[in-house]
Design a protein around this ligand. Structure first.
Ligand code: PLP
Length: 457
């Protein structure tokens, strides 16, 4: 592959530092060294402006499920750009890709989630979930049901609503004052917070916190519980198997809506179309983004079951909510083609039966005995590795030793993208990764764990 025109990394870095404010970045320290300019990508690989190749163990930002460089997705965008680059879906109009995409999402979502609302990003989908569940209760004569219950260390996006709903303390500090009527319970992080119990008992105990919280707040004030099936940005926290069925039982008992934030877990990541299927629960409402278009264009969606849909359709009149890009025809055309590829190439089955199990076993074989590795958890093509100071006791590094960042930087300087979530290292590679590429990725990680060990011990 060639760059046209050839990218000049140094010039781009200088201009970037002058004008570009990066998300979730300390811009001053970034500008001191300059951003790495990514110029092209194919399959699971990225190249930078200096010609260095990296294996992308993170699918961009957890999104490039089909891998880079799929011509079918480029062609779908081109065709739709030429036919109809934009029109809105607000005022009694629709467009062909949005119609077919809504139908395709209805077909792949579990249960009766047959109605779909479109937005542009995961955060907008989360705002939509909040708006919908609160309005649902108002329309059903229970306007006091405003409270959403979420979890510590959850990530639900970066708008005020997303930051308020999420449980990231660093975001809360900067987003204050937060949205009212949001409450939180513990995350189901057994290795970090529950090792004095069996995993099963810890899962039940964490779920029962939801019941305690509902009773404390008054069931008639609670609209919904929301959670990621597997917490992603929190560090890939896979809950004990006992957790989600108990959450489902409690939501059913109190008639509370159950929302699954599938922005990361959707579209095959855990080996099913949606994470709730792998983790064993049936939500009333699902938010999705990222893997919906494999990140090729921004698009998100919220799918709702009959319970919410019939209320919104029959009792609401105008639903005063939507975005300029809701049902964007080009983004919808790309998402539709992406779903076709996932389906026709049997990618979900590949994750469930072939590459997911291979990846999980290779990560454990090659990283499990490393002195820095305290614990590995994962499902499908997601894995989180807790880095610890003392392997036997699982003691964490003292604050001030930013072991995750040290490790992430070694990876980035040695041809591998991994993410650090605090002291947890995370993998989320494209779903189309091959066995040989899994081996390469894990070997590189092992070498970078060694370099990290030398630095921090
Ligand atoms: N929800 C979850 C579970 C996410 O992981 C993210 C992003 O990482 C979001 C919501 C927000 O998505 P976006 O960054 O597209 O707004």
């Amino acid at each position: 592959m060639t760059n046209t025109p050839p990218a000049n990394g140094a010039t781009l870095r200088a201009t970037d530092a002058q004008h570009h404010l990066h998300p979730f970045t300390d811009t001053a320290s970034l500008n001191a060294k300059g951003a790495r300019v990514i110029t092209k990508a194919k399959g699971v690989y990225l190249w930078d402006s200096e010609g260095e190749r990296l294996i992308d163990g993170m699918s961009g930002l957890w999104c490039v499920n089909m891998g880079y460089g799929r011509q079918e997705l480029v062609d779908a965008a081109n065709r739709q750009m030429e036919a109809l680059p934009y029109y809105n879906t607000f005022f009694q109009t629709t467009n062909e890709p949005a119609v077919h995409l809504a139908q395709a999402i209805a077909e792949i979502t579990p249960g009766d989630l047959n109605h779909v609302f479109f937005a542009g990003s995961g955060s907008e989908a989360i705002d939509t979930v909040i708006r919908m569940v609160r309005h649902y209760w108002t329309l059903n004569g229970q306007p006091d049901r405003k409270i959403l219950i979420a979890r510590d260390n959850a990530y639900h996006g970066s708008t005020i609503a997303g930051a308020s709903l999420g449980g990231m303390s660093g975001m809360h500090k900067q987003a204050a004052p937060l949205l009212p009527d949001i409450h939180r319970i513990s995350q189901p992080y057994w290795y970090g917070e529950g090792r004095d119990m069996s995993e099963h008992d810890f899962g039940i105990a964490c779920a029962r916190e939801l019941e305690d919280k509902i009773l404390e707040l008054g069931p008639d004030n609670v609209a919904a519980f929301i959670g990621e099936p597997v917490q992603g940005a929190g560090g890939v926290i896979v809950p004990p198997a006992s957790y989600w069925p108990e959450i489902q039982r409690i939501c059913n008992k109190y008639g509370i809506l159950l929302a699954s934030d599938e922005v990361i877990c959707g579209f095959g990541r855990t080996g099913s179309w949606f994470g709730c299927e792998t983790l064993g629960f049936q939500p009333d409402i699902i938010s999705m983004a990222k893997g919906l278009s494999s990140g090729y264009l921004p698009i998100s969606a919220v799918a709702v079951g009959e319970r919410i849909a019939s209320t919104l359709i029959n009792k609401c009149g105008d639903f005063n909510h939507g975005f300029t890009y809701s049902g964007h025809p080009v983004a919808a055309a790309v998402a539709l083609e992406n779903i076709r590829l996932l389906r026709d190439e049997r990618v979900i089955e590949y994750v469930a039966n072939t590459i997911g199990p291979y990846f999980q076993s290779r990560v454990r074989e090659r990283l499990g005995d490393h002195p820095l590795c305290g614990h590995i958890e994962g499902v499908g093509l997601l894995a989180g590795i807790a880095l610890v100071k003392d392997k036997a006791s699982g003691t964490l590094f003292e604050s001030g030793v930013d072991v995750g960042t040290v490790c992430r930087d070694h990876c980035f300087n040695n041809g591998l993208v991994m993410r650090a979530c605090g002291s947890r290292m995370v993998f989320c590679p494209p779903l189309v990764i091959s066995r040989a590429e899994v081996d390469e990725m894990v070997e590189k990680a092992r070498a970078c764990f060694d370099l990290t060990y030398e630095d921090v011990m």
